[in-house]
Design a binder for this molecule. Structure first.
Ligand code: BES
Ligand code: MN
Ligand code: ZN
Length: 496
């Protein structure tokens, strides 16, 4: 999808040659306020006749309106013009603009004071609404809208938001593609190949470790999960260098279970297919790197992806087996279905070697988090208030929400074991929190945060598919960090 940003007054927007216009109308555009242009007159008439009520996402489709070049015009209410309203409005408006005849679309934001966040949300939602997965279903109707002209009053003022939006689309669609692929089209080896290919972009570097190297590192916990599968594990290490070598990197760790059967503690058959999405954390890390390569912010980022299948087999790890993690701590594997934490713990130990500014792991970790927060907000855990606040704020800005859950030490009680330093499960109560407490045992003094995306990484039912979350949150966090450490430009002083 090709996006272009243009300065368009409402009068110029009316003259734009496109197959359709999607015009965002603020609530402040009251009846009788027409400033003469064809677009404003159309809005004024529609409002006056009572066909376009105020209220976000209310819409009206018009054909060949007088004085407007595009044959189709959809007016949609955008309320106060905030990013959240833009998201709802564009999402609703795009629903009536997916006909094959619409190849070039004008997305008109010129009737209100659209800021960076609003423009970013418009680009992102427009792409989201038209995305189609085709890799293993070539017969699916490919995206019809090819070209989108985003019109605003002053393009220069919102160029940043627009470029962020474009990079986000690249990142989110990269994540969706890999998460949507069935497990036989996204093995650990294939995921590593995709990462390697991504690593050819300027600014990126990718290394892939196999079973021998992972064994040499002493990652006994990760190895235990991979043992039951014929597919060899991969440990993917990505680097994005946008700042000085001395600048401490942010480390992103993504759970890359390409299929989770549960192992010997096998899952029930119903909906087990959805466990192909159990590499959603890994997909979001890859997507974030794809976006970084485009946006090139001044920051260093390391990505770590432990990837394998969780399968039952003669070689598989058994309940009660005790393994030694890379940290030296021993783990009694009481439930082989709590495998995400077993691969993440070794990656978190590995993360320390980068002397990171912060470490954030992203994982479809627990069904309990789905019960707690549903599909609206990801679960956020952190030992550091400043880090938690920065992530929460990034999520708010990017419209990719999360919610902080507690880490009181009492929650770790159930992880005690008579046969190892810890067990890998602690009963049903507070399952998302006890999983986070397990991970915390491997983060020592690191500024660490954990995002449980079990409820937000994909949708079930008729709309089954990856959401690409939390790429928007992660990219926004990295942009905010880059801005915080960037050398401030000397303030321009004017001589009197
Ligand atoms: N990948 C699952 C978590 C999951 C389940 C995500 C359902 C989304 C929907 C994870 O590996 C898992 O199986 N977790 C167990 C942990 C339990 C055994 C302590 C769970 O949540 O049931
Ligand atoms: Mn599992
Ligand atoms: Zn899992």
């Amino acid at each position: 999808m090709d996006f272009e940003l243009k300065s368009l007054s409402p009068t110029q927007a009316a003259q734009l040659s496109a197959d359709a216009l999607l015009v965002l109308v603020p609530d402040t555009a009251a009846p009788g306020k027409a400033a003469g242009g064809a677009l404003q007159e159309l809005v004024a008439s529609a409002t006056k006749l009572g066909d376009l009520d105020a209220g976000v996402a209310k819409q009206l489709a018009c054909y060949r309106p007088v004085g407007i070049k595009a044959p189709r015009v959809v007016l949609v209410r955008v309320g106060d013009g905030s990013a959240a309203s833009v998201r709802k409005a564009v999402g609703a408006g795009m629903g009536s603009l997916k006909q094959p005849g619409i190849k070039k679309l004008g997305l008109v934001l010129s009737l209100f004071d659209a800021n960076d966040d609003a423009v970013r949300a418009a680009v992102q939602t427009c792409a989201d609404a038209t995305y189609t997965y085709t890799t293993t279903k070539p017969s699916a109707k490919a995206r019809t809208v090819q070209q989108v002209v985003v019109g605003v009053e002053n393009a220069a003022a919102v160029r940043g938001g627009f470029e962020t939006g474009r990079a986000l689309v690249t990142g989110v669609e990269f994540a969706k593609e890999w998460a949507n692929r069935p497990a036989n089209h996204a093995t650990p080896t294939m995921l590593a190949e995709a990462a390697r290919k991504l690593g050819r972009k300027p600014g990126l570097k990718v290394d892939v470790l196999g079973p021998k190297q992972v064994e040499a590192l002493g990652m006994g916990s990760f190895l235990a999960v991979a043992k039951g599968s014929a597919e060899p594990l991969r440990f993917i290490v990505l680097h994005y260098n946008g700042a000085a070598k001395t600048s401490a990197p942010v480390v992103l760790v993504g759970k890359g279970i390409t299929f989770d059967t549960g192992g010997i503690s096998i899952k029930p058959a119903a909906e087990m297919d959805e466990m192909k999405f159990d590499m959603g954390g890994a997909a979001s890390v890859l997507g974030t790197f794809a976006a970084l390569a485009e946006l090139k912010p001044a920051i260093n980022v390391v990505g770590l992806i432990p990837s394998c299948e969780n399968m039952p087999d003669g070689m598989a790890v058994k309940p009660g087996d005790v393994v030694t993690s890379m940290s030296g701590q021993t783990i009694e594997i009481l439930n082989t279905d709590a495998e995400g934490r077993l691969i993440l713990c070794d990656a978190l130990t590995y993360a320390a070697r980068f002397k990171p500014h912060s470490v954030i792991d992203i994982a479809t970790l627990t069904g309990a988090c789905v019960i707690a927060l549903g599909g609206v907000r990801s679960g956020l855990f952190s030992t550091r208030d400043d880090l938690a606040q920065a992530l929460q704020k990034a999520g708010d800005t990017a419209q990719d929400l999360c919610w902080r859950l507690p880490l009181d030490d009492e929650y770790a009680e159930g992880l005690k074991s008579n046969f190892a330093d810890m067990g890998n499960v602690a009963g049903r109560a507070g399952g998302a929190i006890t999983a986070a407490k397990f991970l915390q045992k491997f983060t020592a003094e690191l500024p660490w945060a954990h995002l449980d995306i079990a409820g937000t990484a994909w949708k079930s039912g008729a709309a089954k598919g990856s959401t690409g979350r939390p790429v928007p949150l992660l990219l926004q966090y990295l942009i905010d960090q880059a801005a915080a450490v960037a050398p401030k430009k000397a303030p321009r002083t004017r001589k009197a």
